[in-house]
Write a protein that binds this ligand. Structure first.
Ligand code: ZN
Length: 249
């Protein structure tokens, strides 16, 4: 039984039998891992508060060849998100992010770039619900981008022309963006420059900087629009019946 040590983010825990818990981790070295924390429900458990969702931890576990669940030996907290996890709005957004990760990432499929992005999101200094909503947009944009599912919104999908900074474009049914010459004015959704910018600048900003900039007070509508557009793209990806997503759902 090889022992594995890896930095991880606790995504979720489930009750198992009388005293144990199943913990779902997103690990730096091995992707999504599900493990058993023996005795975690006991008051004096050696796991203590280390199983709080979205804690950044170092986990040690044994892999068993023929089992999906690993056996957790120890968990050491690197950074607890206990304070913000107590806020219902944060808890909701972070739970949605955990659900998306579990839906998108196949079990035991390492993706260090994705891990670094998620770590930067859960450790970002977020001060308001506005910034939190912008953080969710950032997370979804990158999750889609790293999976190869994010359309390129810098140019018209049909004619390839780069958009002017003041130009309003329209989506097609796959959420690609079309210029006014290529789209029908009654089709799709109008995408104003602020929304397109919010989509494009995520590439070059940290989650914290993005949340501060896009979560600014005059930008509520852009964040709401982006949320709705991303929801459609995610539904298309998850509902697309692609083999690799079925395992995590
Ligand atoms: Zn065009």
């Amino acid at each position: 039984m090889p022992l594995v040590q890896t930095e991880s983010i606790v995504l979720r825990t489930y009750s198992l039998a009388e005293a144990d818990r199943i913990v779902v981790f997103f690990t730096r070295g091995h992707g999504i891992v599900r493990g058993v924390a023996k005795g975690a429900k006991r008051l004096n458990s050696r796991f203590g508060g280390s199983l709080e969702p979205f804690s950044l931890v170092n986990v040690e576990y044994f892999e068993k060849e023929d089992r999906e669940l690993v056996s957790i030996r120890s968990i050491e907290i690197e950074r607890s998100l206990f304070d913000i996890a107590a806020e219902p709005a944060f808890l909701l957004v972070f739970s949605e992010m955990a659900d998306l990760l579990m839906a998108f990432v196949p079990p035991q499929d390492p993706n260090e770039t994705l891990f670094r992005m998620v770590k930067a999101c859960v450790t970002a200094d977020i001060r308001s619900e506005r910034e939190l909503n912008a953080l969710k947009v950032y997370f979804e944009l990158w999750l889609l981008r790293l999976g190869g599912f994010l359309p390129d919104w810098s140019a018209c999908y049909r004619c390839g022309r780069k958009f002017e900074s003041t130009e309003t474009a329209r989506t097609d049914s796959d959420q690609h963006l079309l210029c006014s010459s290529c789209s029908r004015s009654d089709a799709g959704r109008a995408v104003v420059p602020a929304v397109r910018d919010g989509f494009v600048i995520a590439r070059s900003l940290s989650p914290e900087d993005y949340s501060k900039q896009i979560g600014a007070s005059d930008n509520d509508i852009a964040v709401k629009e982006l949320n709705e557009i991303l929801k459609k793209i995610i539904q298309n990806v998850i509902g697309g019946g692609r083999e690799r997503f079925t395992a995590g759902l």
